[in-house]
Design a binder for this molecule. Structure first.
Ligand code: FAD
Length: 292
């Protein structure tokens, strides 16, 4: 099913994300985790794609398994920054062969040790989106950044670029994680004002360890509110307590989003079925599960 159809529902829905293994040795355990998450009947599961190879080769395989063997709508991520156009076209052909209708089209982070962009390579996700649009009947998602993308100096420019990207053929947007819902509401107001009308799926990350937080701040420049930092200060040294508190914090964010008119939330469940399950249990009377 195309995700743009799922997003027409006015019922609260949850989707999850998984990432493929870094090495082939990890393949079976990732598939086991994906299967357990699929067993929770989310509206879809997204499968990430490594920008620099490595974790990218199993994306289509896992997305296909989720769709055909587990009966869950899958969303295959595809990055282009480290790929030639021929490499990207090959992956798009594989997606078509596997009947995967949903693609999250991304640029990926710029590799530090090469020139950018390389000849016959892509500079922005918008170029990839234009190409995918011409290659098949896909439902195309793209990324957006409520706090602004790290490379952009002015948030206003980021929204101008986002508008151009959406106009290239985007059906829905998924946000970078955020820990203060006011940031999302403010972002939605600003993009709607600029004429971006496609559905926006907020991405929520349940933080389950103190280590994760240092990485998040470093990678995405995400603002960590005082209320969130107080939770980490109090529970960060105790893994089980931090996991429980992180899940509760994420649940609280999700309920506030639903209460304020959002109908779909994407959870960065990081290959942790127990986290996905706890979130679903917390929302058992709120979220609509997909039919078995
Ligand atoms: P773009 O939309 O191309 O934007 C990149 C930067 O270029 C922005 O600063 C933008 O403002 C600027 N820009 C865009 N167009 C123009 C223009 N015409 N002129 C000037 N500036 C412009 N990474 C992975 O490696 N694998 C994944 O699976 C993955 N999944 C993700 C999922 C989500 C929901 C999100 C939010 C991010 C994900 N990422 C993933 C990270 C993403 O690849 C990086 O954030 C990357 O740096 C930007 O990708 P993008 O598609 O948003 O790029």
């Amino acid at each position: 099913m195309k995700i743009k159809e799922i997003l027409k529902s006015s019922q609260p829905h949850i989707s999850f994300e998984i990432f493929p293994p870094k090495t082939d040795a990890g393949f079976d355990s990732v598939v086991r985790a994906a299967d357990q998450i699929a067993g929770l009947h989310p509206s879809y599961i997204s499968v990430t794609y490594g920008a620099g190879g490595g974790t990218s080769k199993n994306t289509v395989k896992i997305a296909s398994h989720l769709k055909h063997d587990m009966g869950v709508t899958s969303l295959a991520h595809l990055t282009c920054v480290s790929s030639t156009r021929d490499m990207v076209h090959k992956v798009v052909e594989e997606l078509k062969e596997q009947g995967i209708e949903n693609v999250l089209a991304l640029r990926g982070d710029i590799p530090q040790d090469t020139d950018f962009p390389l000849p016959n390579h892509y500079r922005y996700a918008s170029e990839l989106i234009t190409e995918i649009k011409g290659l098949g009947d896909f439902c195309i998602g793209a990324a957006c950044y409520p706090e602004g993308h790290v490379e952009t100096e002015h948030k206003a420019d980021d929204i101008i670029h986002l508008k151009h990207k959406v106009d290239c053929g985007v059906d829905f947007l998924t946000t970078q994680m955020f820990f203060d819902n006011a940031i999302l509401y403010n972002f939605l107001y600003r993009i709607r004002e600029k004429g971006i009308t496609v559905p926006v799926v907020p991405g929520i990350m349940p933080v389950t360890s103190a280590k994760q937080i240092k990485r998040i701040g470093f990678l995405s420049g995400t603002m960590l509110p005082q209320r969130f930092l107080a939770v980490v200060d109090r529970f960060g040294d105790d893994q089980q307590a931090m996991q429980q508190a992180g899940i509760a914090y994420a649940t609280d964010q999700i309920i506030d989003l639903f209460a304020n008119g959002v109908n779909h939330v994407h959870v960065y469940s990081m290959n942790k079925p127990e986290v996905a399950e706890a979130i679903m249990n917390n929302l058992s009377h709120i979220v609509k599960m997909e039919e078995e």
